[in-house]
Design a protein around this ligand. Structure first.
Ligand code: CU
Length: 108
């Protein structure tokens, strides 16, 4: 009986440890010259999408169509993160290099 309790506790701890990264999910997108990598991503509701600047030219991130509107400033390096809490498809561009520099984020 004692053995079973110990095994059960270990399982509960393991499940708890796994639940933490799932709640704090982050997906990274690279902002390059002049393309988003990846161009299409699908994430679960509540995921934070983090755009990380990797190129030499200035770029920005702006939602042109989608269930929520947001955008970053124009920058050369650094990052911009947004937690996406509304399901749907977001069309995102860099306003300087649109329409070529475009991506979609599907939140389900
Ligand atoms: Cu750009």
């Amino acid at each position: 009986m004692k053995k079973y309790l110990a095994a059960g506790a270990a399982t509960a701890i393991a499940a708890g440890a796994l639940a933490i990264p799932a709640l704090a999910a982050t997906k990274t997108v690279q902002v390059k010259d002049n393309v988003f990598v990846a161009k299409k991503i699908t994430v679960s509701k509540g995921t934070t999408v983090k755009w990380v600047w990797k190129g030499k030219a200035p770029h920005n991130v702006k939602v042109t169509k989608g269930p929520a509107k947001f955008g970053s400033k124009t920058q050369v390096k650094g990052s911009f993160a947004k937690k996406l809490t509304k399901a749907g498809t977001y069309t995102i561009v860099c306003t300087i290099h649109a329409p070529g520099m475009k991506m979609t984020v599907k939140v389900k």
